[in-house]
Design a protein around this ligand. Structure first.
Ligand code: NAD
Length: 498
């Protein structure tokens, strides 16, 4: 059985340590390969390579960087099915879903290819008499990315294409549960002509992460994962003088107004709640039914959930694959038990599901709870599985208050045919990404992705212009070319240019 390697300085290298982890296929429960867990020394070697590559890459023109990324984009297209297969095999999501997520990653590369335009600063003539001012966006140096298991290709691509386009070098620490896509993308970047050392991959766990967080030569940390780890990453990296964007967990609510189209809304919620077995940070896990729509909505949700086909992600006709691990399956089942014990109404029970031919897979069936209240554990905690809960609210005001009281604030949606309700919702809701009759409002690559409150620690979101600003430092240059006759003796008064 294969043991994967690290990718440092343009080639596969073995870890200096000996710790490895099994990588499972969650549909079969079988070990597919082993992944090395990078040691602190491994990470230091990767950072050294990235540091050595930085001056040459920084001085490579944005147009040349962009051409390499454009070639990489072409290679991603060519190898899209292969990357989707790796993502599906290690994560469990369906091939079609995995293909879509690779496509969303490719779109970030397409945005990054615009680097020559994106990196143009501002210029103003005559900010004072005979004085001009311009700003420059310069790379920050060695950047690092730490990514979660649920999007093996897309989430790394939220980060490194923009960092590299901006002239930085990069060390990626992918999730140890799904390392293969990142390593394959490293090979494709090399094939595209990326100089050695600009992109490095160090699969690993906390030891590798901590090595990145404390190393003085790492200037910026991008993180996506759960909230407790995001907070730890933010605090530790900031304490070590780095800029940080740390995206955390979520509890995304969909408000369903009494005037919503029932079939359309229920279909949208099916995909958003159960797609990727609920293991999406933008999954809708909570429905807030407003007014008298609740009973008919719950009935419709159950009717549609009953038709979902659960199975191995590589099989035709399957809607929903397994969850990532047996431990995670057991944790989700524990949440369902707690919902029952705390008095929620279990409308559809996904516990104990067995998929023929995949008896050792980590499956949980679609689960639906009604009459959930805000004190229940299934409301308070992120389940990250195919469990949809329904709460009831008397009015839009109550629904908005409920959502704004939740500590998470990644995404939310409203289903309504009222422009006034939608407008009020988008204005008053304290959440980073909002959908209006759009269940999973993941912004396109040329907008920025990020939540608020406990869903994001840091100031800048990922990709879009916020990504460009995260991976650059702004320098403002004020210029005067005085004629001999303009030269005056110095003054100790604060200069005012106007
Ligand atoms: P996780 O927080 O367990 O792991 C994320 C990364 O951090 C991995 O690379 C892991 O190796 C590392 N890590 C884990 N524990 C660590 C520790 N104690 N110290 C240092 N590093 C550590 O998250 P996960 O289980 O891989 O992913 C699921 C979570 O990610 C969910 O909470 C989900 O909501 C969140 N997520 C958020 C977004 C977003 O955009 N906000 C996107 C995808 C996933």
């Amino acid at each position: 059985m294969d043991t994967l390697s690290l990718w440092i300085n343009g080639k596969h290298v073995e870890s200096l340590g000996s710790r490895t982890l099994d990588v499972h296929n969650p549909a079969t429960g079988k070990v597919m390969r082993h992944v090395p867990l990078a040691t602190m020394e491994d990470v230091n070697v990767a950072i050294e390579a990235a540091k050595a590559a930085f001056p040459g890459w920084r001085d490579t023109t944005p147009l040349r960087r962009s051409r390499i990324l454009n070639k990489f984009r072409d290679l991603l297209e060519t190898h899209r099915a292969e990357l989707a297969r790796l993502a599906s095999e290690e994560h469990g999501k369906t091939l079609e879903d995995a293909t879509g997520s690779v496509q969303r990653g490719i779109e970030v590369v397409e945005f990054a290819v615009g680097a020559p335009h994106l990196l143009k600063g501002e210029h103003a003539e005559n900010v004072g008499r005979g004085v001009d001012c311009h700003s420059m966006l310069q790379p920050v140096g060695v950047c690092a990315g730490i990514t979660p298991f649920n999007f093996p290709a897309m989430v790394p691509m939220w980060m490194f294409p923009i960092a590299i386009a901006c002239g930085n070098t990069f060390v990626l620490k992918p999730s140890e549960k799904v390392p293969s896509c990142s390593l394959r993308m490293a090979e494709l970047l090399k094939d595209a002509g990326l100089p050695d050392g600009v992109f490095n991959v160090v699969p690993g766990d906390k030891e590798a992460v901590d090595a990145l967080l404390i190393h003085p030569d790492v200037r910026a940390i991008s993180f996506v994962g759960s909230t407790p780890v995001a907070k730890y990453i933010y605090e530790t990296a900031a304490n070590h003088g780095k800029r940080v964007q740390a995206l955390g967990g979520a509890k995304n609510h969909a408000v369903v107004m009494p005037d919503a189209s029932l079939d359309f809304t229920a279909d949208a919620i099916m995909g958003a709640a159960y797609g990727s077995a609920g293991e999406r940070c933008m999954a809708i896990s909570t429905v807030v039914a407003v007014g008298d729509i609740a009973d008919s909505l719950v009935a419709k949700l159950k009717e549609k959930a009953d038709k979902l086909v659960v199975g191995s992600g590589d099989q035709k006709g399957v809607d929903m694959g397994p969850v990532i691990s047996s431990q995670h399956r057991d944790k989700i089942v524990g949440y369902i038990d707690s919902g029952v014990a705390q008095g929620a109404k279990l409308v559809k029970d996904g516990r104990g599901i067995v998929v023929a031919g995949f008896e050792n897979g980590y499956f949980v069936g679609p689960t639906l709870f009604d009459h959930v209240s805000t004190e229940m554990t299934i409301y308070r905690e992120e389940i990250f599985g195919p469990v949809l809960i329904v709460l009831r609210a008397a009015s839009l005001s109550d629904a908005i208050n409920l959502i704004n009281s939740n500590p998470y604030a990644n995404g939310t949606a409203i289903f309504t045919s009222s422009g006034a309700a939608a407008r009020r919702f988008q204005n008053e809701i304290e959440v980073g990404m909002v959908g209006i009759n759009v269940p999973i409002p993941v912004p396109m690559a040329f907008f920025s992705f990020g939540g608020w409150k406990a869903s994001l620690f840091g100031d800048l979101h990922m990709h879009g212009m916020e990504g460009v600003y995260f991976y650059t430092r702004t320098k403002a240059v004020t210029t005067r070319w005085p004629e001999q006759s303009d030269r005056k003796t110095s003054t100790l008064v604060m200069p005012t240019l106007g």
